[in-house]
Design a protein around this ligand. Sequence first.
Ligand code: PMP
Length: 388
Amino acid sequence: MDIFEKCAGFTAAEEARQAGLYPYFHQIATKQHSEVIMDGHRTIMLGSNNYLGLTSDERVIEAAREGLRKFGAGCSGSRFLNGTLTLHVQLEEELADFFGKEDVVTFSTGFQANLGIISALCGMHDLIFMDRRDHASIFDAARLSFARQVKYDHNDMDDLKSKLAAADPRKGKLIVVDGVFSMEGDLADLPAIVKLAKQYGARVMVDDSHGVGTMGEHGRGVAEYFGLEKEVDVLMGTFSKSFASLGGFMATTHQVAEYVRHVSRPFIFSASMPPGNVAAALEALHILKAEPERVKRVNDNAAYMRRGFESLGIRAGESMAPIIPIVIGTNEATFKVTRDLLEAGVYVNPVVSPAVEEGGSLLRTSYMATHTRDQLDFALEAFGRVLG
Ligand code: PMP
């Protein structure tokens, strides 16, 4: 059998294009910002993870430019060998200080951070407990580790407890959970998870890709929000959202970081973050520390939209972070609404099955500290017309 046969038989995307419902790969001709030019039209961006609005901040752009000027366009190698710049180490030290952890390791993307952390820490005799709605990179990381995967129902602490209780007490256990769930913006029940981890001798890893920069008074994420920073053994995050760049990181103890640096294959056998990205992430961190009001602003904007949806009679899902889901139902209806909103000048992310349960397809809307009230009002008016 030809391995390419499945490609010839893959017609779903073309069929959606023919029906005028294809929602992916729209082209943006401007900076990623609260308002962009998409497919040639002015569009309010409600589908970006640029929560603090820093990708177009002149200070971040200038820092990236300076990083490029000083260190060049790329590192041409892995952190392990020739690819460690003084800039990587500075970013790691400043992040460790920000999160109050002993050490930080940076990776080339957030996806790779999960692959690299989990596959280094867990092996075939260990158990990984995962929320069914954890990010795809966590499931792929668990596969890469050869550990046994134990999935528990979304935020169902009774289910997690019974699975921990049923597990062999001699086995190593890691609970890995999204701090903010990426599609629906709800939070992990960290207080309960931490308690169960203590009771059953498990370690806790939080992927707070969406929580860093948006949750907690200083933007240190859901652990700060719950007052549980010391109880999280491994904090994982990304630079592709609040930090306006590309790359990922783990914040943990010196011992764990030292181990991961020396055994993690996705870390060792891949080129390090390029200088422009490191410099951009570092400047974004400086801005987050100097301007914590951005954290409040992005959440105020989300709260404004929640009230706006309510007054339009649009039922938005319950969420705590600046991600608001609106359940539409079928995949087709979701694609139609996405298209109609885009025609009205508003971009949202369609999230359809199998990414969510059948019949539970939704619009994922997300907000930035830099959205103006005019932009949000424009978006609400479009929602009112399309969904009203
Ligand atoms: N974890 C979560 C929860 C995410 O939402 C994402 C990105 N969508 C990632 C990890 C991967 O991060 P990156 O885009 O930096 O690879």
